[in-house]
Design a binder for this molecule. Structure first.
Ligand SMILES: CC[C@H](C(=O)O)C(=O)SCCNC(=O)CCNC(=O)[C@H](O)C(C)(C)COP(=O)(O)OP(=O)(O)OC[C@H]1O[C@@H](n2cnc3c(N)ncnc32)[C@H](O)[C@@H]1OP(=O)(O)O
Length: 327
């Protein structure tokens, strides 16, 4: 599945190359590069939409089971002006634990974000001053057999992989507690921001488990295998200082608690990375995703292809006209 998604998102077909050469023959080189790159953008977006409507057959059976465990919601607010979306895990009565229906809703929200062409960033947060306490233990008890457990994990792995691959710069805003699957969710974002009293804890070992939503694989890539082993085998509480020290946490937000206060700090922090037009920010994220996930040759090919989507584009031409000095 993973390889299939990478393949479909980044593939350039021979047919599309033929189409490119015929366009080349009738255009000036710069204009042509621009048209060609618009085509590449359209293709990537269309392929994303294909992924969107694609329902993994192997995860299929679990949807009906997850639907049986309602409660809470996943809220998505897209701020058109700033280009920042806010995704909120909302189940405060259970410390924002994921019910079955919330898992299904998360997939829909990620799907929505995959086609947000004007977007630049997404902040993932929890409602009511705490991040997320993992799976809803009531649902977990009801599907506590290996077959359903693996299906649920596969479903969440696919969704969180898509979240991490969004062409938007993502940040987990951790207030309060991020436990179990909640800790895993933070690793499906590009950055982790913590308020000074927040804690991230991979409590899985205490539950007789290991991470299953892809959190271990991602954690190793973020902090290295030594640190990951310590965090998982010790079920260590990660406070902001410890998190910064091992590279799990990108920024500590020193702000008083209060409705929206941490969020506005997070938006300000993200602001430094999302100045400029959305297509350029999205292109930056795409080359980082390909560099992070693909073998070098393929990553280089993808980088060229993404480069073609911005080279000679409006932002590039405007910058050239201004003769900038980067002092
Ligand atoms: C792959 C992911 C992995 C898996 O499914 O395999 C998991 O995520 S397993 C779940 C890991 N999470 C936990 O084990 C969390 C257990 N809960 C706690 O440790 C505490 O509740 C805590 C620290 C989150 C909050 O403690 P506090 O004293 O501040 O509040 P309460 O304990 O009174 O909690 C309030 C209310 O929320 C309910 N709650 C909290 N977490 C969950 C949860 N994960 N599932 C269901 N319900 C949860 C808690 O039971 C309380 O409800 P109440 O009706 O008031 O008793």
């Amino acid at each position: 599945m993973l390889i299939w998604v990478i393949g479909t998102v980044f593939k350039v077909t021979p047919t599309s190359q033929n189409r490119r050469s015929s366009i080349m023959s009738v255009c000036g080189a710069a204009r042509c590069r621009w048209i060609q790159s618009r085509g590449a953008v359209r293709r990537i977006l269309q392929q994303n939409r294909t992924v969107c409507s694609h329902r993994s057959g192997s995860a299929e059976g679990i949807r009906e089971k997850l639907q049986v465990f309602p409660g809470g919601s996943i809220e998505l607010q897209k701020q058109q002006e700033s280009g920042i979306a806010v995704l909120t895990v909302n189940n405060p009565a259970r410390m924002n634990a994921f019910s079955g229906s919330m898992m299904l809703e998360l997939e829909q929200r990620v799907c929505d974000l995959e086609t947000w062409t004007e977007g630049k960033a997404v902040i993932v947060q929890g409602a009511a001053g705490t991040f997320c306490s993992g799976s809803d233990l009531n649902a977990v008890r009801a599907i506590a057999n290996p077959h359903d457990g693996m299906k649920m994990c596969e479903f969440m792995q696919n969704t969180l992989t898509r979240l991490l691959r969004l062409p938007l710069i993502s940040a987990a805003l951790v207030e309060g507690r991020a436990l179990g699957g909640g800790a895993e969710l933070t690793t499906a974002c590009d950055f982790r921001l913590m308020t000074s009293d927040a804690v991230i804890q991979f409590v899985h070992k205490h539950m007789g488990l290991v991470p299953g939503w892809g959190g271990a694989a991602r954690l190793v890539r973020i902090v290295g295998s030594q640190n990951a082993l310590k965090l998982l085998s010790g079920a260590k509480k990660v406070d902001p200082d410890f998190g910064k020290q091992m590279g799990l946490v990108d920024e500590v937000l020193h702000c008083s608690s209060g409705e929206g206060n941490a969020l506005s700090h997070a938006e300000r922090w993200l602001g430094q990375f999302i100045k400029g037009p959305a297509p350029v920010i999205q292109a930056v994220k795409k080359v980082v995703v390909s560099g992070r996930e693909l073998p070098l040759d393929e990553a280089l090919r993808t980088e060229r292809s993404v480069f073609g989507t911005v080279w000679g584009g409006p932002a590039n031409l405007e910058a050239l006209a201004l003769k900038p000095k980067h002092k």
